[in-house]
Design a protein around this ligand. Structure first.
Ligand SMILES: Cc1cc2nc3c(=O)[nH]c(=O)nc-3n(C[C@H](O)[C@H](O)[C@H](O)COP(=O)(O)OP(=O)(O)OC[C@H]3O[C@@H](n4cnc5c(N)ncnc54)[C@H](O)[C@@H]3O)c2cc1C
Length: 1009
């Protein structure tokens, strides 16, 4: 019973289909219960946990709250005191702490909050902290290097974190629960980031298994499964490659682990719930759940469960699928309905991927409504489905109770809350409402070091002003405003046409009216992956084109020059229109172009898709830029009696010489920039990838570019260069490739007689990523793997040198090595492949020689896996990813264009020297910085000459118009491709001055009033 994602319609239509979620009686009952709960909780404000009041004051709406969140996110993982002190100094200095003194009505905010948090538990602090926290904090910036300050803040962050964690180990957690009635029923969660390595996955699986055993021992006397503690697991913890692209691996490696855990839970008679993670993983998670449900060894166990996120627009279909599945298999299932914890990252990811629709709603009220519509479906499917409602929202609680009251047989259900949240509300519900269902607490367990990702999600949830928990105790907000039925707002917005949030444009409209964003593919949907695999099988490479000869170069320049005269006189609108049609054409032919990219250039699916998108983006972006530049002459101010205009006109014919590593994107970028500004083009694609260039040219011809104007000549580079650079009609050269060839072209141009021509050259780089000890190792590893080994390292932006602060180097290297083991090297036509072949066997030989040489200078830390499948590709073209440690920046003298990552350790105080060393190599293309310190960011940026600097993310995949791309020094001449200054290089400036008095006097002046 495979779950097939329904095609997402327009968001308004989807939300409309959810109405009416509640009947009029249910609505009234929901509101009444919500009011009762909030009013009751407000009356007991002095019983609320300190942290609640604290988080309400220091939320995300003020600098201080954000500073505290940064501290909480990073401080505990920083091993060295020096860096910890710098972070504290920065964050404390950035806040206006006094502003909070006495502002909150709560006794616990400001001085006493800090006092209680810092001294009430464990630490002994000077008296001024407890009596006047504002001035203490102000004074901190001068005293940050004192150990007492650092220890106090570390302690404070542990206490904030500790509020959300039940225990550091499962035994500690169980002991605490035994003595605390509010923790009588828990679902334990073993904290940790998703696994990055097999070792992580084995460790997390073990931790879950031990926890199940321990919980099993603790609850053995409780007869009913749903009245016992339970466990929650994250599938991403069970394998480092949990994704649809790695479906087979997931079924082979992750599933057995999940089965092992579910059998163990069944043996102990415990509930086991699979947490819901990213929407990308939804289909795969449902496949895994089904496999678990079919496991005959657990047939009679009613404890299997999963979480469903109501903010996901597929949630109603998911519930229908689960209902049908449980009926078909005749086995019960627990479903925990949550609203969802990753909303902001879902929105960002969809924008980056150019998805047609967001997978989540864009209005909070839509999520609230969807929750109720899903709840009704779940209650209707009871008792086969055991509904568990996870919420801290009083209206949602009231609505669930109302829905249950009108459901036949009043099905059994439970509520769930997160530990450290919703305490007062549920306490109030249990006191005031008769027969209130059982409440289970989601109880995270783990050491502080593992808390961070979870903590940040909780702080975001508590701090967001759309969040119920953030506002419900705030007396300034009326109860009627806090407890709101989502339907009236939605009905109004549907009427007004404002339901999708205007501040969150669809991914295709990201650039507003300037241009349409390129469209991507949702790689989390199996239907799309299967379709792509079928399409790939249908395409073949075909014969290589015949090489052009030097005589053809001459005729090509002559005909392009002739055609360019007319083309350049056309209105820019006509040329821009051609480019926009070409962008549509590229997207319409995406399948064929992607196939060519895989077959001819060895690109993986993701890389091929990104390249088609980039080519389409270049067309639309340069079309829009050309309109700005050339649509009208610029009228210049001057004396009366004359007009002065500045016009930008085409130069003539450009030679465009593009590389094999981006045979579509760079080829098209160069060519369309020249064309749209009115020039002719003679293009020479790379020797290894002519078919892609020719296919792209066909799209341009179909879009209206005259064939004579754009000539594509497959031939040897040197032969083309010798002839083309001597052509009299040559007006400029655009080149991307090696620094050596760029120099050769430059010399040739200098030797020409006649006009001095522009050369736009993009060359290579020795790109580094600086990582200090505040960085998150998991993020560093994800970003380094993508940046160094993506596209088999054959990007000029690729990461070559990872500079790790010595205090965290061992940990990062270990994780990186483990993550390298999980990479798939092999045939790019296989969807699983991460690292395809390098472009030729000769290039691979060069890389192997480099590996040998660098290993001699330094130490080989890790060789990644060998090619798993090569299917027809020369085996000698595969180079396994390598990790090599070197001792000095100067050891790395040249760019090795392949999957080879060098690592360098540095002491924190030596960062300026490392940066100076990087600068000294003369290149300046990309730089990555991973830090939570503004100081490191500023220093890294200021001391580097890199053209593109990326902070806390990967350093590849520059997006047209978003990250204009190109370097300085040995890395290129500028201007940046995909940036606002690029087109200006393709035009000449002319002015036209007309003495208007010559034809009969200064009429304009004489007719002034
Ligand atoms: C027991 C338990 C288990 C949990 N397990 C999971 C899990 O497995 N996976 C998971 O993802 N989360 C999980 N969560 C977290 C949960 O998603 C959040 O706690 C929950 O969203 C908060 O909902 P609320 O009703 O308490 O708060 P409310 O404040 O009423 O709602 C917050 C919700 O609205 C959404 N929202 C905010 N703005 C918008 C907008 N503009 N458009 C659309 N939606 C918006 C937020 O993303 C959030 O989902 C769990 C929570 C609990 C209590």
């Amino acid at each position: 019973m495979t779950f097939v994602s329904p095609a997402l319609r327009d968001e308004a239509a989807d939300v409309h289909a959810l109405l009416p979620a509640l009947t009029a009686e249910e609505r009234a009952a929901a509101l009444a219960t919500g009011y009762t709960l909030v009013r009751g909780a407000r009356r007991r404000a002095d019983e609320r946990p300190y942290l609640d009041a604290f988080l309400q004051e220091f939320g995300l709406s003020n600098q201080e709250g954000i500073a505290l969140m940064c501290l909480a996110e990073a401080l505990l993982r920083i091993p060295d005191d020096e860096t910890a002190d710098r972070l504290i100094a920065e964050k404390i200095a950035s806040g206006h702490w006094d502003a909070h003194a006495g502002r909150s009505g709560s006794l616990f905010v400001n001085a006493s909050t800090w006092g209680l948090m810092l001294t009430g538990k464990l630490v002994d602090l000077p008296r001024d902290i407890t009596t006047d926290a504002g001035s203490w904090l102000r004074g901190l910036s001068q005293r940050v290097t004192e150990p007492i300050v650092r220890n106090a803040l570390r302690r404070a962050m542990q206490i904030i974190g500790g509020e959300f964690v039940v225990g550091r180990s499962i035994d500690e957690a169980l002991a605490r629960c035994a003595g605390d009635t509010t923790l009588a029923l828990c679902s334990f969660d073993m904290l940790g980031e998703g696994a990055r390595t097999d070792a992580d996955a084995a460790r997390y699986t073990d931790a879950y298994a031990c926890a199940i055993e321990a919980i099993g021992r603790a609850v053995k006397d409780e007869p009913s499964l749903h009245a016992r503690h339970a466990i929650s697991i994250k599938l991403s913890a069970l394998d480092p490659r949990y994704s649809l692209l790695q479906r087979e691996r997931t079924l082979q490696r992750l599933l057995p682990r999940a089965i092992e855990l579910s059998r163990l839970a069944a043996t102990h008679g415990l509930g086991l719930t699979i947490d819901a993670e990213e929407q990308d993983r939804l289909e795969l998670s449902l496949e895994l759940v089904e496999a678990l449900a079919k496991d005959s060894a657990t047939r009679d166990w009613p404890g299997l469960g999963l979480a469903v996120q109501a903010y996901g627009r597929r949630a109603p279909a998911v519930i229908e699928h689960l209902t049908a599945m449980t009926r078909a298999l005749r086995r019960p299932l627990a479903v925990r309905l949550v609203k969802g914890a990753y909303w902001d990252s879902e929105i960002k990811r969809a924008q980056e991927r150019g998805l047609a629709e967001y997978p989540v709603y864009t209005r909070k009220s839509s999520t609230d409504l969807a929750y109720l519509a899903c709840a009704r479906k779940l209650l209707a499917a009871a008792p086969l489905i055991y509904p568990q409602f996870a919420t801290h929202n009083a209206h949602t609680i009231g609505a669930i109770l109302a829905l249950r009251a009108s459901a036949p047989g009043q099905p059994a259900l439970e509520f769930q809350r997160l530990h450290g949240m919703g305490t007062l509300l549920y306490d109030e519900a249990q006191r005031q409402l008769k027969d209130f269902p059982r409440v289970r607490v989601y109880a995270p367990v783990g050491p502080h070091a593992d808390l961070l990702a979870y903590l940040v999600r909780r702080l975001l949830e508590n701090g967001a002003n759309t969040s119920f928990v953030n506002r419900f105790m705030d007396e300034r907000v009326a109860v009627e405003e806090i407890v709101a039925d989502p339907s009236p707002e939605i009905e109004r917005r549907l009427r007004e046409g404002s339901l999708p949030h205007r501040g969150i444009p669809l991914p295709r409209d990201l650039f507003a009216t300037a241009r349409r964003n390129s469209s991507g593919l949702d790689l989390g949907r199996r239907e799309i992956l299967d379709g792509w695999q079928r399409a790939l099988a249908q395409h073949s490479l075909g014969a290589a084109p015949v090489c052009a000869d030097t005589a053809t170069v001459t005729t090509a320049f002559a005909s392009a020059a002739e055609a360019a005269r007319e083309w350049g006189r056309l209105p820019v609108e006509t040329r821009a229109g051609c480019l926009e049609r070409a962008a549509d054409g590229l997207e319409a032919q995406r399948e064929r172009l992607m196939s060519l990219l895989v077959l001819e250039a060895g690109k993986t699916l993701g890389d091929a898709l990104a390249e088609v998108r980039e080519a389409a983006d270049f067309c639309r972006y340069y079309a829009a830029e050309a309109r700005k530049l050339q649509a009208a002459a610029l009228r210049l101010a001057g004396p009366t009696g004359e007009t002065n205009e500045l016009r930008l006109e085409a130069r003539g014919v450009f030679a465009c010489i593009s590389p094999w590593n981006f045979p579509l994107a760079i080829f098209s970028g160069q060519v369309v920039a020249a064309l749209v500004t009115g020039n002719g083009v003679v293009a020479k694609p790379a020797e290894t990838t002519p078919r892609i260039a020719l296919a792209c040219a066909e799209v341009l011809y179909e879009a209206g570019v005259p064939r004579e104007l754009l000539r594509v000549l497959p031939m040897l580079g040197r032969e083309f260069g010798e002839q083309a650079l001597a052509e009299p009609s040559l007006a400029g050269v655009v080149f991307t490739g090696s620094t050596a060839t760029a120099r050769w072209i430059n010399r040739r141009l200098a030797e020409r007689e006649g006009a001095i021509l522009p050369l736009i050259a993009e060359t290579g780089g020795i790109n580094a990523m600086i990582v200090d000890s505040t960085a998150l190792p998991e993020q560093v590893v994800d970003d380094a793997i993508q940046s160094a080994f993506g596209s088999a390292g054959q990007r000029c932006s690729a990461l070559r040198l990872l500079c790790l602060q010595e205090d965290i180097a061992d940990r990062v290297i270990e994780m990186l090595s483990g993550a390298m083991d999980a990479l798939v090297v092999g045939d790019p036509a296989d969807l699983r492949t991460d690292v395809g072949p390098v472009i030729t066997a000769a290039a691979a030989d060069g890389l192997r020689a480099h590996i040998k040489e660098m290993t001699r200078r330094g130490r080989l830390l890790k060789s990644g896996p060998a090619a798993a499948t090569t299917s027809g590709i020369e085996p000698a073209r595969f180079v396994s990813p390598q990790l090599i440690e070197i001792d000095s920046v100067h050891d790395l003298e040249r760019e090795a264009f392949g999957p080879i990552l060098h690592v360098l350790r540095y002491a924190a105080r030596d960062l300026p020297q490392v940066l100076a060393g990087l600068r000294a190599n003369g290149y300046g293309l990309t730089l990555g910085i991973q830090t939570r310190l503004e100081g490191t960011l500023e220093l890294g940026y200021a001391e580097s000459n890199a053209g593109n600097v990326y902070v806390n993310r990967n350093m590849i995949g520059a997006v047209v118009g978003v990250q204009p791309f190109g370097g300085s020094g040995l890395s290129g001449t500028g201007p940046k491709a995909g940036g606002p200054h690029y087109l200006a290089r393709f035009v000449t400036e002319r002015t036209l001055t007309i003495n208007t008095t010559a034809t009969g006097g200064n009429t304009a002046l004489l007719s002034l009033d």
